[in-house]
Design a protein around this ligand. Structure first.
Ligand code: NAP
Length: 316
C-alpha cells in the first residue's frame, strides 16, 4: 500500500473499508475517543489522519507527523486543529461542510421549539407524576414562535438553513455576520440591534478568536427578558458562567443548548439545574443519513489529498 493513514474513530457506513483499498489503515476501534498517546505514536509515519472534533491536532501532534500530507476532520468545525501551523508545514486540512447543514438546522429548530413551548419540561412533569390538575387556561404558558423575530448570529450555511425554516413560521428574520450577505434578503443589523430586537437569538458562527465568548453577561443583558438563546455552534462562543448568571437573574427567558465549553457535562452542571433550559448532548449532525455522508466526504477528502488531487472541501 502506498499510503499509511490513521483513523481515530470507527465511522458509520462502509467508508473505512473503501479507504483500506488504497491505504494501510490504523483504526482506533474503541467506544471512547482514541487516547492521545495512541494517536501520537501512530502519526509518526502516517501520510494522512482522519480525526473527529474531540481530537486536538496541535503543534505537538503536527511536529511528530513528519510525513503528514493531509488532516481530514469528520466535522465542519475545525477549531480543534491548528490550521495555520499545519499549512505552514504544507499539510492540507479538509472538513465536511454542507452534508450536515440541514440536519443541524433541524436540531436547532427543534431546540427553539422545545424551549419556547416547554416541551421537555412538560414531558418531565408527566414522567414525575406531577400532571395532576385538569386543563387550565394559564398552565405552562410558553412563547409564541409563529410570527416572532429570529436573530441569527453568523449567516453561514447553517444560519441560512435555519432562516429558511423560520420563513415557514412567518418569522421576521434578522441577522448579524461580519459582512452583509447579498445572496439572502433578510435584514442585516449590528449585533446590539439583533440582541435588542430578537425573540430568539440563534448562534451559528464558527468558533474562532473573535467569536470566543462572543456572548457574555453584557451581551445577554441587551436581550429582551422574554427572549431565548439557542446555541448549537460551539460551547465556547458563549461564556457559560455568564449565561448561568443571566438565567438565574431572569435577564433572559431561557436557553436551548447542544454544545458546552467542556463536554460532556453531567447532571450536576449548573445549567442542568435550571428548568428553563433545554440540553442536548452535541447531536447537531447526529442522523444516520448525515453521519454516513460525513464519513463519505471525510474519506474522499483524505484519498483525494493523498493522491495529490483537489479534495472536495478544503478548510478555507
Ligand atoms: P459557516 O458556513 O462557515 O458559517 C459560519 C458563519 O459565521 C459565517 O457566515 C461566518 O462568516 C460567520 N462568522 C464568523 N466569525 C464571525 C464573527 N466574528 N461575527 C459574526 N459572524 C461571524 O459554517 P456552518 O457550516 O454554518 O457551521 C457553523 C458552525 O456550526 C461550525 O463551525 C460548527 O462549529 C458548528 N456546528 C455544530 C454542530 C453540532 O453538532 N452542534 C454541527 C455542525 C456544525 P461571515 O461573518 O463572513 O458571514
Amino acid at each position: 500500500m502506498p499510503h499509511k493513514v490513521v483513523v481515530t474513530r470507527r465511522l458509520p457506513g462502509g467508508w473505512v473499508e473503501e479507504l483500506r483499498k488504497v491505504a494501510e489503515v490504523d483504526l482506533w476501534e474503541g467506544e471512547s475517543p482514541a487516547p492521545r498517546d495512541w494517536i501520537l505514536e501512530r502519526v509518526v509515519d502516517a501520510d494522512g489522519i482522519l480525526v473527529t472534533l474531540v481530537d486536538r491536532v496541535d503543534r505537538e501532534l503536527i511536529d511528530r507527523a513528519k510525513r503528514l500530507k493531509v488532516i481530514s476532520t469528520y466535522s465542519v468545525g475545525y477549531d480543534h486543529i491548528d490550521v495555520a501551523y499545519a499549512r505552514s508545514k504544507g499539510i492540507t486540512v479538509t472538513h465536511t461542510p454542507e452534508v450536515l447543514t440541514e440536519a443541524t438546522a433541524d436540531l436547532i429548530f427543534g431546540l427553539l421549539l422545545a424551549v419556547a413551548r416547554r416541551i421537555v419540561e412538560g414531558d418531565r412533569l408527566i414522567r414525575e407524576g406531577n400532571w395532576n390538575k385538569p386543563w387550565s387556561p394559564e398552565f405552562m404558558l410558553g412563547k409564541e414562535v409563529y410570527g416572532s423575530t429570529l436573530g441569527i448570529v453568523g449567516m453561514g450555511r447553517i444560519g441560512r438553513a435555519v432562516a429558511r425554516r423560520a420563513k415557514g413560521f412567518d418569522m421576521r428574520v434578522i441577522y448579524y455576520s461580519r459582512r452583509k450577505h447579498e445572496e439572502v434578503d433578510y435584514e442585516y443589523v449590528d449585533l446590539d440591534t439583533l440582541l435588542r430586537e430578537s425573540d430568539f437569538v440563534v448562534l451559528t458562527v464558527d468558533l474562532n478568536p473573535e467569536t470566543y465568548h462572543l456572548i457574555d453577561y453584557e451581551k445577554l443583558s441587551k436581550m429582551k427578558r422574554t427572549a431565548f438563546l439557542v446555541n448549537a455552534s460551539r460551547g465556547a462562543v458563549v461564556k457559560e458562567d455568564d449565561l448561568v448568571r443571566a438565567l438565574k437573574e431572569g435577564l433572559i427567558a431561557g436557553a436551548a443548548l447542544d454544545v458546552f465549553e467542556r463536554e460532556p457535562i453531567g447532571k450536576d452542571h449548573p445549567l442542568a439545574q435550571l428548568p428553563n433550559v433545554v440540553l442536548t448532548p452535541h447531536i447537531g449532525s447526529a442522523t444516520r443519513e448525515t453521519r454516513e455522508r460525513m464519513a463519505e466526504v471525510a474519506v474522499r477528502n483524505l484519498i483525494l489529498a493523498l493522491e495529490g488531487r483537489k479534495p472536495l472541501y478544503e478548510v478555507p
